[in-house]
Design a protein around this ligand. Structure first.
Ligand SMILES: Cc1cc2nc3c(=O)[nH]c(=O)nc-3n(C[C@H](O)[C@H](O)[C@H](O)COP(=O)(O)OP(=O)(O)OC[C@H]3O[C@@H](n4cnc5c(N)ncnc54)[C@H](O)[C@@H]3O)c2cc1C
Length: 561
């Protein structure tokens, strides 16, 4: 057994609220926990959890001591020592992901072992213990992220779109990683050169200490880190939710908490468009606002807590609707069968017709304004394109970091397209320059964006500015291509539901029931559409969440029939 390097400060004494991160349970709590798990005695040196183990149990110390240790570069870092009444585990334990740390016995004694199913049963039935454990698990994960203690190293460059994508994927999945910036670390560059790793291979991701992935796609990272449970070919879920934005996550939370077997498929990362919003100020209950990442991160944790199975970086590629039972084809995965389906695939950013736009995506052109993008453009001029609320929020947010925000609007002003409170904030902010009747005509730069040319349609004047960051916030089109013609869509391609479906549309797919479609039900029985992908939806987080939860009530009804 390797010895623990005790010269390093244990995480427990450096965290800001140790009593919340590593709480001590009372004897009364322990007697409730023992009813769900099993007691076992421990011997010094026993390894209870090894790094990389999947679906690990939680251990509650009755007597003796456990140590959580992170092995890295041949040495070991003591994360925390757990004494009587304390427990192991963090957010990945709930998700069934691979363990990030080793857990071993440093003083013999006794523990209560709770396997994953037993833990799930306990947190669903014991509200007090659920609160203590969930809070500790989430705070522990945040500490690991803050201290970059994890099993992933990303070697990248701020000039590479892939680097931004990979960092965003890990951040939005709440996975800790270490980042080495090639632009600042000469030794890292030399190391890559020696191994013939070219610019096209950047970012390099060293995953779980051994696999070296060159410019991997999100699916490869998810597979390497064991984010996804395997989906069995034979599986028939009560409910498959496609898309894990606010609408899909709300559906997953309500359906799983009400006892349905739920599988969620997400082609990218949970959170959807809302996850890329810097600050959501109009969602009920958050008077000072909440970042989209925080809001959707909590919803994701909540869905997992209630037992929803969430598959990330694996989208639905095709809906098969010709049989009695619907199937969804999954990107590089098996067909998934479902008794009911909720479509929550949202919408995608509308992009201006500029020849070389894609060349600068992630290297100067962005579709979301989060603290990560804001860091990149601190003290510089930036452009925000768009006149809707998301553009307004981005402009106000970026104005706190950038030197100047040029807000380019195609129309004559903002009054018709933006909420009044945002218009006022923009008008009052001296760092924001509103440029009405103006559109970008070209983007220029070698490798990354260096200059932007725009044209004022009212004067015809074209200006060129040395600006390296453009935020396109011009709305979205629905993600419906994968529906394979199964469902009736409106003129703009959004899914039609409930009373919006005409008798002709229902007849054309031979609607087989005597009842009409429920609210939010599509032209196929037991398939629902919610959130931004649905025709007539109000494009807001609150309405996405509302529709996701309402649809579950109808799912119960159709499954009973
Ligand atoms: C920058 C920004 C700021 C915003 N700010 C606010 C705000 O302050 N207040 C407010 O109320 N609203 C705001 N909105 C709007 C709000 O975010 C959306 O209305 C909301 O996210 C819609 O939720 P949704 O779940 O329906 O769709 P989305 O959020 O679009 O989520 C859809 C999900 O489905 C996934 N998906 C797509 N295709 C597939 C497939 N084939 N298989 C599997 N998964 C798939 C996507 O990856 C995505 O994760 C903002 C939007 C943006 C872009």
């Amino acid at each position: 057994m390797n010895s623990v390097d005790s010269s390093l400060t244990p995480l427990a004494v450096t965290v800001s609220r140790p009593e919340r991160v590593f709480p001590t349970l009372t004897p009364e709590h322990l007697s409730r926990i023992v009813a769900h798990g099993r007691r076992r005695s421990t011997t010094r040196g026993d390894v209870l959890v090894e790094v990389g183990d999947k679906a690990v149990p939680v251990f509650v110390v009755v007597s003796g001591e456990l140590q959580a240790v992170l092995p890295a570069n041949g040495s070991q870092t003591l994360i925390v020592s757990l004494h009587a009444g304390q427990f192991s585990g963090e957010a990945s334990t709930i998700a069934g992901r691979r363990a990030l740390v080793q857990l071993r016995v440093s003083e013999p004694g006794e523990v209560i072992q709770l396997d994953r199913e037993q833990l799930a049963a306990m947190i669903q039935t014991d509200a007090e213990l659920s609160e203590i454990l969930m809070r500790a698990f989430i705070l522990r994960r945040l500490e690991l992220i803050a201290r970059h203690l994890g099993d992933v190293v990303v070697i990248g460059s701020s000039h590479s779109a892939g680097t931004l994508r990979v960092k965003e994927f890990l951040v939005r999945n709440g996975h800790p990683f270490q980042y080495i910036d090639l632009d600042r670390d000469d030794e890292a560059q030399e190391f890559l050169d020696r191994f013939h790793i070219s610019v096209a291979d950047v970012p390099v991701v060293i995953c779980r200490g051994d696999a070296v992935l060159r410019n991997p796609d999100n699916g490869q990272i998810a597979d390497c880190l064991g984010f996804n449970e395997e989906i069995a070919d034979t599986r028939v879920s009560d409910l498959v939710v496609v898309g894990a934005g606010p609408a899909g996550l709300a559906a997953a939370v309500y359906a799983a908490s009400e006892g349905l077997d739920v599988l969620v498929l997400e082609s990218n990362v949970p959170g959807g468009q809302a996850g890329s919003s810097s600050r959501i100020e109009n969602y009920l209950g958050f008077p000072t606002g909440i970042s989209g990442l925080d809001l959707t991160g909590r919803a994701y944790a909540q869905a997992l807590k209630f037992g929803a199975h969430v598959v990330v970086a694996k989208g639905a590629t095709r809906l098969a609707c010709d049989g009695q039972r619907y199937t969804v084809e999954v990107d590089q995965g098996p067909r998934v069968r479902a008794r009911a389906i909720i479509i929550a695939t949202g919408a995608q950013y509308r992009k201006p017709a500029l020849d070389n736009l894609s060349a600068f995506e992630g290297t100067g052109v962005y579709y979301g304004a989060t603290p990560m993008e804001a860091q990149l453009c601190a003290g510089e001029d930036v452009v925000v394109v768009g006149g809707g609320n998301s553009a307004g929020q981005a402009a106000v947010f970026l104005a706190s970091a950038a030197r100047r925000v040029h807000m380019l609007v195609r129309g004559a002003g903002l009054a018709e397209t933006m909420s009044r409170y945002l218009v006022r904030r923009i008008e009052e902010n001296p760092a924001i320059a509103l440029r009405p009747n103006t559109e970008i005509v070209s983007l220029e730069g070698e490798g990354r964006l260096a200059r932007v040319r725009w044209r004022d349609a009212s004067t015809g004047a074209v200006e060129t500015h040395d600006i390296r960051h453009v935020f396109i916030m011009t709305g979205a089109v629905p993600n419906t291509r994968w529906l394979n013609g199964c469902l009736a869509l409106d003129d703009n391609g959004f899914v039609k539901t409930g009373p919006d479906l005409s008798p002709r549309e229902l007849a054309s797919v031979s609607w087989p029931l005597t009842r009409p479609p429920h609210l939010l039900e599509t032209c196929r029985p037991r398939i629902f559409a919610v959130g931004d992908v649905r025709g007539g939806n109000i494009k807001r987080v609150a309405s996405a969440v509302g529709e996701g939860s309402i649809a579950v009530a109808f799912v119960h009804q159709v499954l009973r029939q």
